[in-house]
Design a protein around this ligand. Structure first.
Ligand code: CA
Ligand code: CA
Ligand code: CA
Length: 328
């Protein structure tokens, strides 16, 4: 026998004890309670009993909870703790940017506040540096999609995390506010009765009909679920006819890739209030009437789009898009 198995274990346990003895590890990484006796071996933090129970509710690949004194630690688990270097180093990453209005729970915090903070910190990784957030988007999405939303609803429905396939189908919802049409085509005697249809895959949504109006104002919100692979949204305008088939009044495609990719890259958009995060440029390859920017307004990702209708003599459509990723 080249190596006594318990010899490695003993030195490992000593390394763990030494790590736990450091000042930053003498308080819980999440709530600051003194003398933490538990650890998340894959995150690399020492935590108190109350916070450990929240960690146990997270999926195992996010947090694996072990007792510092009672559990048998594998060499890998100890190495991973030592590699992270304890609570201070872990928190310098996981709590790099705690936004205003969010505060760490205190040692006497109730279960709800404790749970909300811990899930935001590790599961949604909302407090990472923006640069890390972008890099971690792919892995984040994979467990985000399995955890549905960050609302309190998802905290109750932890069973859904066992079935990621169903949840992963859609990456978010696009809200299209159809604002107005301008100078639309005549399809009756003197006017038209226009309405707008949006199509994406098998989804089809439409606005109400505005009677006898070539400059209709709809101000109507239509919702589309966006799958992982998506193309442009097809917009069609029709004249409603009572006694014959409805007449086409033009069509156009809406590119939503700019909005979704920029929103995904920025991650937690709350930190970028008022910023322009993307731009869909007017060109010969699209029907934009002017450049269209993706803006963060009141914490929402929005884009105003004005388009020239195609395959018709005249007509323009003004829309406001809003992107709502699955985790909101
Ligand atoms: Ca007609
Ligand atoms: Ca008509
Ligand atoms: Ca007709």
């Amino acid at each position: 026998m080249n190596r006594h198995p318990s010899g490695r274990l003993t030195s490992g346990k000593r390394a763990l004890k030494d790590l736990l003895a450091r000042p930053d590890n003498r308080v819980c990484a999440d709530c600051g309670a003194p003398d933490p006796k538990w650890a998340s071996s894959n995150i690399g933090v020492f935590i108190c009993l109350k916070c450990s129970s929240v960690h146990r509710g997270l999926s195992m690949h996010i947090s694996k909870v072990l007792s510092v004194t009672l559990d048998d630690w594998s060499d890998d688990q100890i190495d991973s703790m030592v590699e992270v270097g304890g609570n201070a180093s872990a928190n310098s990453i996981y709590e790099a940017y705690i936004p205003q209005g969010v505060s760490k729970p205190r040692p006497d915090a109730g279960p709800e506040a404790r749970s909300q903070f811990i899930r935001s910190k590790y599961e949604l990784q909302e407090f990472l540096k923006p640069s890390l957030r972008i890099l971690s988007t792919a892995s984040k999405n994979s467990f985000r999609s399995s955890m549905s939303t960050k609302s309190s609803e998802s905290f109750r429905s932890s069973a859904s995390s066992q079935q990621p396939e169903g949840m992963a189908e859609f990456i978010g919802t696009l809200k299209v506010k159809v604002l107005k049409g301008t100078n639309l085509a005549v399809r009756d005697m003197l006017s038209s009765d226009p309405y707008v249809v949006l199509k994406l895959g098998k989804q089809r949504v439409q606005t109400a009909v505005v009677k006898s109006n070539l400059n209709p104002v709809w101000n109507e919100e239509l919702m589309l679920s966006i799958p992982q692979k998506y193309g442009p949204i097809k917009l069609e305008v029709y004249d409603y006819d009572t006694f014959s088939a409805n007449d086409i009044m033009g069509e156009v495609e809406i590119d939503i890739q700019t909005m979704i990719t920029s929103a995904t890259a920025f991650g937690d958009v709350g930190a970028f209030e008022g910023m322009k995060i993307g731009r869909w440029l007017k060109s010969n390859d699209n029907e934009l009437l002017e450049d269209s920017t993706v803006n963060i307004v009141d914490g929402k990702v929005k884009q105003l789009v004005s388009l020239k209708l195609q395959n018709v003599e005249s007509g323009e459509i003004l829309l406001e898009l809003e992107w709502m990723p699955l985790d909101q």
